[in-house]
Design a protein around this ligand. Structure first.
Ligand code: GRF
Length: 284
């Protein structure tokens, strides 16, 4: 249990003491309240039962928090209570996102700001593979912790998994993350990893197709439209199920740079909203 709760042996002891004290205090209080209300053996059994249930459901939980706080374990018991309330359906379960980004992080920033005061979705973590990337300072300015990952452990597949699970990450959103997601991570988050691609997939995607190269390829193909694709991530580069696309036209004198700007605007407008719908409904 100590391992499951992720606490030290000392904390574990205190936690047990808190449970013990709470149980005894609740029982004593119930006895006093019963006497104070004048309840005795003649009182209708239902009233006594209701009082006991009330004390267990409410009194016990408050006393638990009180002892927890007094003995320096507020964080543990507050988490415990929140879980209980979520299980009872009284409080909505917060869905937690890790945003993976390697670059400037403009999409990551839009997503962080969009969910800043969201009632049930939270950006819990930014994962980055490039020291000094713009996204790191964006995350820090917004008070979001950054996990800087290294190539070898990442490609081994599941090295960062325990950390992501421990942080309670439910969904992964890629926003300009250039490394391929290892199969072990895809398997650990099935249909729970989303990516955005700056073109209309299935065209102009795959390995090596990122940044300005995508827009150069689109213009070279002489097509009239480009856009964005938001898709689930599977074991293959840019091949997972597409859940959303938005288009923009390509002008006569369009350059890869001007197209990149248009596409970026589309990304900023749609990505956070699509992430929200996907998380809330499991689909768009
Ligand atoms: C975006 O164009 C996105 O489509 C691609 O990477 C780029 C990230 O840009 N996957 P930014 O770092 O969010 O500005």
């Amino acid at each position: 249990m100590q391992q499951k709760w992720g606490v030290t042996a000392r904390q574990f002891g205190i936690i047990f003491l808190v449970f013990g004290l709470t149980g005894t205090t609740t029982a004593l209080l119930t006895r006093y309240i019963t006497a104070w209300l004048g309840m005795d053996t003649d009182t209708y059994w239902l009233w006594k039962l209701l009082l006991r249930i009330g004390m267990l459901l409410l009194g016990y939980q408050f006393i638990l928090l009180l002892y927890g706080a007094l003995l320096g374990q507020w964080a543990f018991f507050w988490k415990y209570e929140k879980k209980l309330l979520q299980k009872l359906g009284i409080v909505r379960r917060t869905k937690q996102i890790a945003v993976f980004a390697s670059g400037a992080g403009s999409n990551a920033e839009k997503i962080i700001l969009y969910f800043k005061n969201h009632p049930s979705i939270k950006v819990k973590l930014v994962v980055c593979n490039k020291p000094g990337a713009g996204v790191i300072s964006i995350a820090q300015n917004q008070g979001i912790p950054v996990l800087l990952i290294e190539r070898d452990p990442f490609f081994r597949g599941d090295s960062y998994l325990p950390y992501l699970k421990e942080q309670g990450i439910n969904f992964i959103v890629l926003a300009g993350f250039l490394w391929k997601i290892p199969d072990a991570l895809v398997a650990a988050y099935p249909k729970k990893i989303l990516n955005i691609h700056p073109a209309l997939l299935p065209d102009y995607g795959g390995k090596g197709m990122y940044g300005i190269r995508v827009h150069e390829a689109v213009i070279a193909a002489g097509v009239k439209e480009s856009g964005i694709s938001i898709h689930l991530v599977d074991e293959h580069f840019d091949e997972g199920e597409i859940i959303f696309q938005a288009k923009c036209t390509i002008g006569e004198n369009e350059t890869p740079q001007s197209l990149a700007e248009k596409v970026h605007k589309l990304e900023h407008r749609h990505y956070p909203e699509i992430v929200e719908k996907w998380i809330q409904a499991g689909r768009v």
